[in-house]
Design a protein around this ligand. Structure first.
Ligand SMILES: C[S@@+](CC[C@H](N)C(=O)[O-])C[C@H]1O[C@@H](n2cnc3c(N)ncnc32)[C@H](O)[C@@H]1O
Length: 298
């Protein structure tokens, strides 16, 4: 395996929790454990650190990396939106710190057998969790034209969604699409993508988001996170594209508005989302589109 995933916006994440006494922390997207290692180092007072990921390979990697803290660590395999279940397992009533670093990791993108990448050839899979039921192959070979158009528009913002959907339908009439290369070749004549992007980027993004219900998960995860924070607890969310970023933006704003009413409970800490420094972008180009939003519960 290549270098593990390089964590993004590390200083900015640490800044959110600086000066806070944290007993319980929920890391909803543990990945290779890069953020976890830095947070556990900066906060020796942490008593329980719940590290959640739906990719068992990521959990195995993080377990090794974080072995120094194994007494405080609860590693859980599944969705971060099941936060309440994980809190019960950890026997904690509320959490002081919450982090979600959305999307796929570079380990996932770099492994052709996961099917996330249009660069190498792999099966049309794209499941972050190998136990998930829906695969990319199911979507491209069985979904109706209208459903394909909807995800290409909504999750990919592909300008030629209809043409791409029709090209997929035409290709599968001849032969079932089995590999990422089959999909790339099927859409090559029509997919456009966006300036500076490979023509297949937006199609792959759309299918990946659908396979993993990424936006639904993020929405539910943040709602559960806000609900489960202790008073004074902080939530931080890193997103990588507009569709993701509007979820914490709207959830935080809605909660802040409620604050003016008797039930209110959230203060936004980042009026504008924080992005990477030029130096970080130079070292890790993947950080280019990262945005961090954070809020504190009253
Ligand atoms: C960008 S990486 C996180 C990297 C991590 N912060 C680090 O420092 O290495 C995203 C990870 O979140 C996981 N993931 C994405 N959505 C998830 C969800 N809804 N529930 C649990 N894990 C999820 C992916 O499997 C992937 O390993």
């Amino acid at each position: 395996m290549k270098e593990p995933h390089a964590p993004v916006l590390m200083n900015e994440v640490l800044e959110v929790f600086r000066d806070k006494k944290i007993r319980s922390f929920f890391d909803g997207t543990l990945g290779a454990g890069g953020h976890a290692e830095a947070i556990l180092t900066a906060h020796p007072e942490i008593e329980i650190y719940i590290g959640c990921d739906r990719d068992p390979d990521a959990l195995a990697l993080a377990k090794e990396r974080l072995k120094e803290w194994k007494e405080k660590l609860l590693l859980v395999h599944g969705n971060h939106s099941d936060l309440r279940k994980w809190m019960q397992e950890a026997k904690t009533e509320c959490i002081d710190g919450y982090l979600v670093d959305a999307g796929v990791s570079s380990m996932q993108l770099d492994r052709p057998e996961k099917g996330f990448s249009f660069q190498g050839e792999g099966p049309l899979d794209m499941r972050m969790n190998p136990e998930g039921k829906l695969t990319a192959a199911e979507i491209v070979n069985r979904w109706k034209e209208e459903d394909l158009v909807n995800i290409l528009r909504e999750y990919g913002e592909e300008p030629r969604a209809r043409a791409v959907a029709r090209a997929i339908l035409a290709a599968r009439r001849n032969k079932k699409l089995e590999t990422t290369r089959d999909l790339v070749e099927a859409i090559r004549p029509v997919a456009r993508g966006k300036k500076h992007l490979h023509f297949a980027t937006l199609t792959f993004q759309a299918i990946r988001i659908a396979v993993n219900d990424e936006l639904g998960e993020l929405q539910r995860g943040i709602e559960e996170g806000i609900e489960s924070l202790c008073s004074g607890g902080r939530i931080s969310v890193i997103s990588f594209h507009r569709l993701e970023d509007r979820i914490p933006k709207n959830c935080f704003r809605d909660e802040e508005i409620k604050k003016r009413k008797p039930l209110g409970r959230l203060t936004i800490l980042t009026k504008k989302p924080l992005g990477p420094s030029d130096d970080e972008v130079r070292k890790n180009p993947r950080s280019r589109s990262a945005k961090l939003r954070a809020a504190e519960k009253s």
